[in-house]
Ligand binder design. Structure first.
Ligand SMILES: [Zn+2]
Length: 96
């Protein structure tokens, strides 16, 4: 048996490389500690102006309420600039 994992199998339970990248970019743009968890999920979106998918980034910090960013793109289409913009928006209301 081969342990080869088909990279095109997006329905598997293996972690997705784009998720790790989005988590990294989030950490680079926000003042987070190592204890802060960053959760990245992809959901359907019902807005007519939207390409049907949205990527939701949750920042789960012990010191404040959960912070949420929504990027209206499929997870695989999210780029560093999208995360940067979302983080900038979030930082405007960042609890100090
Ligand atoms: Zn949307």
């Amino acid at each position: 048996m081969s342990s080869f994992v088909n990279p095109l199998d997006r329905h598997g339970s293996i972690d997705r490389p784009e998720r790790a990248a989005i988590q990294l970019w989030t950490r680079q743009n926000l003042p987070l500690t190592d204890e802060t968890a960053v959760s990245v999920s992809e959901f359907a979106c019902v807005k007519p102006s939207c390409p049907n998918r949205q990527t939701v980034i949750l920042v789960l910090c012990e010191d404040m309420s959960t912070q949420k960013m929504s990027i209206h793109k499929a997870m695989a289409d999210v780029c560093e600039a999208d995360v940067f913009d979302a983080c900038l928006e979030l930082l405007r209301n960042w609890p100090s």
